[in-house]
Design a protein around this ligand. Structure first.
Ligand code: PEP
Ligand code: MN
Length: 263
Protein backbone atom coordinates (compact mmCIF):
# COMPACT_ATOMS: atom_id res chain seq x y z
CA UNK A 1 0.00 0.00 0.00
CA UNK A 2 2.91 2.40 0.44
CA UNK A 3 4.16 1.63 -3.07
CA UNK A 4 4.10 4.32 -5.73
CA UNK A 5 2.93 1.62 -8.13
CA UNK A 6 -0.27 1.28 -6.08
CA UNK A 7 -0.78 5.03 -5.75
CA UNK A 8 1.13 7.32 -8.13
CA UNK A 9 0.16 10.59 -6.38
CA UNK A 10 2.15 11.92 -3.43
CA UNK A 11 0.58 11.49 0.00
CA UNK A 12 0.29 14.81 1.79
CA UNK A 13 0.40 14.94 5.57
CA UNK A 14 -1.16 18.19 6.72
CA UNK A 15 -0.14 19.43 10.16
CA UNK A 16 -0.70 22.94 11.52
CA UNK A 17 -0.98 24.43 8.04
CA UNK A 18 2.14 22.65 6.75
CA UNK A 19 1.39 20.35 3.84
CA UNK A 20 4.22 17.84 4.14
CA UNK A 21 4.69 16.06 0.82
CA UNK A 22 3.17 18.73 -1.45
CA UNK A 23 6.54 19.74 -2.88
CA UNK A 24 7.29 22.33 -0.20
CA UNK A 25 10.07 21.82 2.34
CA UNK A 26 9.85 22.47 6.06
CA UNK A 27 11.65 22.04 9.37
CA UNK A 28 10.92 20.21 12.59
CA UNK A 29 13.09 21.42 15.47
CA UNK A 30 13.21 21.13 19.22
CA UNK A 31 15.26 19.69 22.02
CA UNK A 32 16.37 16.08 22.14
CA UNK A 33 14.52 15.59 25.41
CA UNK A 34 11.92 17.58 27.29
CA UNK A 35 13.66 18.73 30.47
CA UNK A 36 11.35 21.48 31.77
CA UNK A 37 8.56 23.80 30.70
CA UNK A 38 11.01 26.73 30.56
CA UNK A 39 13.45 24.81 28.36
CA UNK A 40 10.81 23.76 25.83
CA UNK A 41 9.18 27.22 25.81
CA UNK A 42 12.53 28.89 25.12
CA UNK A 43 13.09 26.65 22.09
CA UNK A 44 9.50 27.16 20.93
CA UNK A 45 10.02 30.90 20.89
CA UNK A 46 13.07 30.53 18.62
CA UNK A 47 11.27 28.07 16.35
CA UNK A 48 8.31 30.41 16.02
CA UNK A 49 10.60 33.32 15.22
CA UNK A 50 11.90 31.29 12.28
CA UNK A 51 8.40 30.52 11.01
CA UNK A 52 8.64 26.86 11.99
CA UNK A 53 5.30 25.19 12.71
CA UNK A 54 6.25 21.84 14.24
CA UNK A 55 8.10 21.39 17.53
CA UNK A 56 9.81 18.17 18.60
CA UNK A 57 10.86 16.94 22.02
CA UNK A 58 11.40 13.51 23.56
CA UNK A 59 9.33 12.53 26.58
CA UNK A 60 10.03 8.79 26.44
CA UNK A 61 13.73 8.54 25.64
CA UNK A 62 15.04 5.23 24.29
CA UNK A 63 18.55 5.47 25.74
CA UNK A 64 21.38 3.06 25.08
CA UNK A 65 22.20 2.88 28.80
CA UNK A 66 19.52 2.29 31.44
CA UNK A 67 21.42 4.68 33.72
CA UNK A 68 21.05 7.65 31.35
CA UNK A 69 18.14 10.13 31.58
CA UNK A 70 15.03 8.24 30.48
CA UNK A 71 12.79 11.27 29.86
CA UNK A 72 9.91 12.80 31.80
CA UNK A 73 7.28 10.48 30.32
CA UNK A 74 3.69 11.69 30.53
CA UNK A 75 4.82 14.84 32.33
CA UNK A 76 6.96 15.61 29.27
CA UNK A 77 4.00 15.17 26.92
CA UNK A 78 1.98 17.57 29.06
CA UNK A 79 4.74 20.18 28.89
CA UNK A 80 4.92 19.80 25.11
CA UNK A 81 1.15 20.21 24.72
CA UNK A 82 1.09 23.29 26.90
CA UNK A 83 3.95 24.91 24.98
CA UNK A 84 2.45 23.87 21.64
CA UNK A 85 -0.85 25.51 22.53
CA UNK A 86 0.80 28.66 23.87
CA UNK A 87 2.99 29.14 20.80
CA UNK A 88 0.68 27.78 18.11
CA UNK A 89 3.05 24.93 17.27
CA UNK A 90 2.20 21.35 16.39
CA UNK A 91 3.89 18.76 18.60
CA UNK A 92 5.78 15.63 17.64
CA UNK A 93 7.10 13.23 20.26
CA UNK A 94 8.28 9.65 20.33
CA UNK A 95 6.04 6.95 21.76
CA UNK A 96 7.76 3.68 22.67
CA UNK A 97 4.96 1.57 24.10
CA UNK A 98 1.93 0.40 22.09
CA UNK A 99 -0.19 0.88 25.22
CA UNK A 100 0.69 4.61 25.25
CA UNK A 101 -0.49 5.35 21.70
CA UNK A 102 -4.11 6.09 22.64
CA UNK A 103 -3.09 8.31 25.57
CA UNK A 104 -0.60 10.18 23.39
CA UNK A 105 -3.39 11.31 21.06
CA UNK A 106 -4.37 13.95 23.64
CA UNK A 107 -0.90 15.49 23.59
CA UNK A 108 0.81 15.06 20.23
CA UNK A 109 -0.04 16.03 16.67
CA UNK A 110 2.45 13.57 15.18
CA UNK A 111 3.47 10.27 16.75
CA UNK A 112 7.19 9.56 16.32
CA UNK A 113 8.37 5.99 16.10
CA UNK A 114 12.09 5.89 16.79
CA UNK A 115 14.88 4.03 15.06
CA UNK A 116 15.09 1.44 17.84
CA UNK A 117 11.42 0.62 17.41
CA UNK A 118 11.20 0.54 13.62
CA UNK A 119 10.51 -3.18 13.78
CA UNK A 120 8.41 -3.13 16.94
CA UNK A 121 5.50 -4.53 15.00
CA UNK A 122 2.96 -4.19 17.80
CA UNK A 123 3.85 -0.50 18.09
CA UNK A 124 3.58 -0.07 14.31
CA UNK A 125 0.17 -1.72 14.28
CA UNK A 126 -1.02 0.41 17.21
CA UNK A 127 0.12 3.57 15.38
CA UNK A 128 -1.61 2.33 12.25
CA UNK A 129 -4.89 1.86 14.08
CA UNK A 130 -5.25 5.55 15.04
CA UNK A 131 -5.97 8.58 12.89
CA UNK A 132 -2.93 10.69 13.64
CA UNK A 133 0.16 11.30 11.49
CA UNK A 134 3.16 9.10 12.24
CA UNK A 135 6.81 9.96 11.62
CA UNK A 136 8.66 6.67 11.23
CA UNK A 137 12.42 6.66 11.62
CA UNK A 138 14.65 4.25 9.76
CA UNK A 139 16.03 1.51 12.01
CA UNK A 140 19.60 1.58 13.30
CA UNK A 141 20.78 -0.84 10.64
CA UNK A 142 17.67 -1.30 8.54
CA UNK A 143 17.73 -1.75 4.79
CA UNK A 144 15.46 0.45 2.72
CA UNK A 145 13.29 -2.58 2.04
CA UNK A 146 12.87 -3.25 5.78
CA UNK A 147 12.09 0.44 6.30
CA UNK A 148 9.38 0.37 3.62
CA UNK A 149 7.94 -2.80 5.15
CA UNK A 150 7.76 -1.12 8.54
CA UNK A 151 5.71 1.69 6.98
CA UNK A 152 3.57 -1.00 5.37
CA UNK A 153 2.69 -2.30 8.86
CA UNK A 154 1.29 1.14 9.72
CA UNK A 155 -0.65 1.67 6.50
CA UNK A 156 -1.99 -1.91 6.59
CA UNK A 157 -4.03 -0.88 9.64
CA UNK A 158 -5.61 2.01 7.75
CA UNK A 159 -3.38 4.97 8.60
CA UNK A 160 -1.71 6.43 5.50
CA UNK A 161 -0.53 9.62 7.24
CA UNK A 162 3.10 8.52 7.39
CA UNK A 163 6.31 10.55 7.12
CA UNK A 164 9.46 8.50 6.56
CA UNK A 165 12.61 9.80 8.24
CA UNK A 166 16.14 8.90 7.23
CA UNK A 167 18.33 9.27 10.34
CA UNK A 168 21.53 7.50 9.38
CA UNK A 169 22.43 3.84 9.60
CA UNK A 170 25.23 1.97 11.30
CA UNK A 171 28.26 1.30 9.12
CA UNK A 172 31.94 0.71 9.86
CA UNK A 173 32.53 4.48 9.65
CA UNK A 174 33.07 6.12 13.05
CA UNK A 175 33.72 9.74 11.96
CA UNK A 176 30.01 10.34 12.30
CA UNK A 177 27.62 8.77 14.82
CA UNK A 178 25.75 7.11 11.97
CA UNK A 179 26.18 7.22 8.21
CA UNK A 180 23.60 9.47 6.58
CA UNK A 181 22.27 7.48 3.64
CA UNK A 182 21.36 10.49 1.53
CA UNK A 183 20.47 8.39 -1.51
CA UNK A 184 17.71 6.77 0.55
CA UNK A 185 15.74 9.99 0.05
CA UNK A 186 15.20 9.77 -3.72
CA UNK A 187 14.85 5.99 -3.51
CA UNK A 188 12.06 6.29 -0.92
CA UNK A 189 10.43 9.07 -2.97
CA UNK A 190 10.51 6.85 -6.05
CA UNK A 191 9.41 3.63 -4.39
CA UNK A 192 6.72 5.08 -2.13
CA UNK A 193 4.20 7.92 -2.24
CA UNK A 194 5.10 9.03 1.30
CA UNK A 195 6.91 12.23 2.34
CA UNK A 196 10.53 11.85 3.43
CA UNK A 197 12.38 13.83 6.12
CA UNK A 198 16.06 13.80 7.03
CA UNK A 199 17.16 14.02 10.67
CA UNK A 200 20.57 15.66 10.49
CA UNK A 201 21.21 15.61 14.24
CA UNK A 202 21.04 11.86 14.85
CA UNK A 203 22.53 10.88 11.51
CA UNK A 204 25.71 12.89 12.00
CA UNK A 205 25.97 13.26 15.77
CA UNK A 206 28.08 16.31 14.93
CA UNK A 207 27.09 19.93 15.24
CA UNK A 208 29.59 21.01 12.56
CA UNK A 209 27.89 18.82 9.96
CA UNK A 210 24.31 19.98 10.46
CA UNK A 211 24.34 22.74 7.83
CA UNK A 212 26.04 20.80 5.01
CA UNK A 213 23.92 17.68 5.55
CA UNK A 214 20.72 19.73 5.73
CA UNK A 215 21.73 21.43 2.46
CA UNK A 216 22.23 18.01 0.91
CA UNK A 217 18.84 16.85 2.18
CA UNK A 218 17.05 19.85 0.70
CA UNK A 219 18.97 19.61 -2.58
CA UNK A 220 18.19 15.92 -3.02
CA UNK A 221 14.48 16.52 -2.56
CA UNK A 222 13.64 15.73 1.05
CA UNK A 223 10.30 17.12 2.21
CA UNK A 224 11.96 18.53 5.28
CA UNK A 225 14.71 18.45 7.84
CA UNK A 226 14.62 17.58 11.53
CA UNK A 227 17.24 19.05 13.88
CA UNK A 228 17.73 19.42 17.61
CA UNK A 229 17.94 22.80 19.35
CA UNK A 230 18.56 23.37 23.07
CA UNK A 231 18.92 26.60 25.09
CA UNK A 232 22.24 25.36 26.53
CA UNK A 233 23.47 22.14 24.88
CA UNK A 234 26.43 21.87 27.27
CA UNK A 235 24.06 21.01 30.12
CA UNK A 236 21.54 19.03 28.05
CA UNK A 237 20.50 15.73 29.62
CA UNK A 238 20.96 13.95 26.27
CA UNK A 239 22.73 14.53 22.93
CA UNK A 240 24.81 17.36 24.29
CA UNK A 241 27.40 17.13 21.48
CA UNK A 242 25.05 17.72 18.58
CA UNK A 243 22.21 20.00 19.64
CA UNK A 244 22.41 23.60 18.43
CA UNK A 245 22.26 26.58 20.75
CA UNK A 246 20.17 29.57 19.66
CA UNK A 247 22.99 31.39 17.85
CA UNK A 248 23.90 28.26 15.95
CA UNK A 249 20.23 27.71 15.13
CA UNK A 250 19.96 31.27 13.81
CA UNK A 251 22.95 30.66 11.61
CA UNK A 252 21.54 27.28 10.50
CA UNK A 253 18.29 28.91 9.39
CA UNK A 254 20.10 31.78 7.66
CA UNK A 255 22.13 29.28 5.64
CA UNK A 256 19.16 27.13 4.71
CA UNK A 257 16.11 29.37 4.44
CA UNK A 258 16.80 30.52 0.89
CA UNK A 259 17.27 26.90 -0.29
CA UNK A 260 13.84 25.76 0.85
CA UNK A 261 11.27 25.08 -1.85
CA UNK A 262 7.88 26.64 -1.26
CA UNK A 263 4.73 25.45 -2.93
C1 PEP B 1 14.95 11.18 18.56
O1 PEP B 1 14.63 11.72 17.49
O2 PEP B 1 14.68 11.68 19.66
C2 PEP B 1 15.70 9.91 18.53
C3 PEP B 1 15.92 9.19 19.64
O3 PEP B 1 16.13 9.56 17.32
P1 PEP B 1 16.41 8.10 16.70
O4 PEP B 1 15.23 7.26 17.03
O5 PEP B 1 16.54 8.39 15.23
O6 PEP B 1 17.70 7.61 17.30
MN1 MN C 1 18.58 13.34 20.39
Amino acid sequence: LVSRKKKPEDTIVEVNGVRIGDGSQSFIVGPCAVESYEQVAAVAEQAKKQGIKILRGGAYKPRTSPYDFQGLGLEGLKILRRVGDEYGLAIISEIVNPADIEKALDYVDIIQIGARNMQNFELLKAAGAVRKPVLLKRGLAATIDEFINAAEYIISQGNDQIILCERGIRTYERATRNTLDISAVPILKQETHLPVFVDVTHSTGRRDLLIPTAKAALAIGADGVMAEVHPDPAVALSDSAQQMDFDQFDNFMTELKHLVKVN
